[in-house]
Design a binder for this molecule. Structure first.
Ligand SMILES: [Zn+2]
Length: 498
């Protein structure tokens, strides 16, 4: 029955318009031509994301003002239009844009896609974390560790080739800048054929710095506070939930969950509206046995922290790692574990982050009932999956700047999400790994989406609303979050109109 309804939904608009327009009747009559053009355009407007939003008078006023600024910006920036260039080349033109300044203050709802050790401020890591006692730097190119990897060791316990950061800094006044470069991308990475190798090297370098217990709590608090100040109210973190250590021991998965819960509670004192969840993220390059272990671990954590851990995912370079169906047997076992634990652990798959026509992972993500799709850049290749995503409300976590910086889409005007938005497929905006991309928060991605796809206020509001609607918050948490968002939205609109 459902498939029949889907079929009719596709057919009905075509039938209606075929009554109004006959291409053979268009006899070089300009009035008739533009009438027909208007009918076709209106038809597309009825599917566009945000078509159901009714702007109040003040919102309409702000929408007109923003549109005017948008048009002027596009006209005057010309070939330097930032979304059409590699992010780092023209980012100063975003910083000085009035719309960017307005968007920084705009309530954005939730960050649905961000990674646990790439969510904060790279400069904070260099200027604070790496200044802590006992921080060592792997100072060799021998390949045993990535050059520049950071780790804390007790005095005289550091293995060969590890040098105290303090010693290197004392010898080189430019050390901090060089370290920042080792931890972030820049203009030099445009078009790199080894960008994922470099990306993974940065993760290698940082993890021993961030996961050192005295750094970890401050880092998390600082990173989440950055997002709160950028007017993100809810954060869903992809995390492997392990690795925290101090000079005496390594902490367990459950310790990780406890520590993160404590960070949330501390922040909620100052920001009572703040909420956060974790999606367990294993590595897609692992063996089937390794992935089974991830799934079992995720259930064991969820048993103790059912409201914190909300889902399961595999991360890493999609085209270099295993296909999603490679782990089918392991994913099939999830159902029986859900019965054993009496808990549900839905998938939130990173899939479709690929330029390969032969990448079919999105079929598996959908068949395995993924709640959302991380990226979905190549969904445009699969019309049936597009229909299902729309029909079943499977939201795409779109991170435009990540997709450009990592080389999937060069000119963001041509990002497939522009088409997904026009087709009414649920989309929310995220920033994936802003710390490695060397920017903070979510405002750059919202700005890029608004400018590159020439969106309007209805669509921007819908993107922010989607981030809450398709979040893993419980219904009552969602109701509270939505009320907070709408109040803040009204305040933001009021503060931007004369
Ligand atoms: Zn990601």
């Amino acid at each position: 029955m459902k498939s029949l309804l889907l079929f009719l939904a596709i057919l009905i608009p075509a039938f209606v318009f075929s009554q109004d327009i006959n291409l053979n009747d268009l006899n070089n009559d300009r009035d008739g031509y533009y009438k027909s053009r208007g009918i076709l355009f209106s038809a597309d407007s009825l599917t566009r994301l945000g078509y159901d939003i009714v702007l109040n008078e003040k919102e309409q006023q702000l929408d007109s003002y923003l549109k005017e600024l948008q048009r002027d910006y596009i006209k005057y920036s010309g070939a330097k239009f930032p979304p059409a260039n590699y992010f780092y080349k023209c980012r100063n033109m975003i910083d000085t844009s009035l719309i960017y300044k307005m968007f920084q203050k705009m309530p954005k709802g939730a960050m649905l896609h961000i990674h646990s050790t790439a969510m904060g401020d790279a400069e904070w890591l260099v200027k604070n974390a790496s200044y802590m006692d006992n921080c060592y730097f792997y100072n060799s190119d021998d390949g045993k560790e990535t050059y520049g990897t950071l780790h804390f060791y007790a005095k005289d316990k550091a293995p060969a080739n590890w040098v105290l950061v303090k010693e290197l800094r004392d010898k080189d006044s430019d050390f901090d800048n060089k370290l920042l470069k080792l931890l972030t991308f820049s203009e030099a990475d445009e078009g790199s054929a080894v960008i994922w190798e470099d990306f993974e090297k940065i993760f290698d370098r940082m993890s021993g710095l961030i996961e050192y217990l005295p750094v970890y709590k401050e880092y998390k608090k600082n990173a989440l506070e950055l997002l709160l100040k950028d007017n993100v109210q809810h954060v869903e973190l992809r995390s492997g939930m392990h690795g925290i250590y101090d000079l005496d021991k390594e902490y367990s998965y459950l310790d990780f969950a406890k520590m993160y819960s404590e960070v949330i509670s501390v922040l909620q004192v100052q920001y009572p509206h703040f909420t956060s969840k974790i999606i367990f993220a294993g590595w897609r390059g692992n063996t089937p046995g390794g992935v089974m272990k991830y799934i079992e671990t995720a259930f064991a954590i969820k048993k103790e922290y059912p409201n914190l851990l909300v889902g399961f995912d595999l991360v890493g370079e999609e085209d270099a790692g295993h296909t999603t169906d490679y782990f089918l047997n392991e994913f099939f076992k999830k159902d029986s574990l859900e019965k054993v634990y009496n808990l549900s652990l839905p998938f939130y798959f990173h899939d479709g982050e690929s330029t390969l026509p032969s990448d079919l992972n999105l079929y598996d993500a959908i068949l395995l009932k993924t709640k959302r799709i991380g990226h979905g850049v190549n969904l445009f290749r699969f019309p049936t999956l597009e229909q299902i995503a729309k029909q079943e409300g499977i939201c795409l976590e779109v991170s435009p700047l990540s997709n450009q910086i990592l080389g999937y889409v060069q000119n963001l005007r041509m990002h497939p999400a522009s088409g997904y938005i026009n087709k009414g497929i649920p989309v929310a905006i995220s920033s994936d790994d802003p710390q490695i991309f060397n920017y903070k928060g979510l405002s750059y991605d919202f700005w890029t989406a608004y400018m590159a796809w020439e969106l309007d206020l209805k669509q921007i509001k819908k993107l922010a609303l989607n981030s809450l609607v398709y979040s893993a918050l419980s219904q009552s948490e969602k109701d509270t979050a939505m009320k907070y968002f709408l109040d803040e939205w009204d305040k933001w609109v009021n503060s931007n109109i004369k």
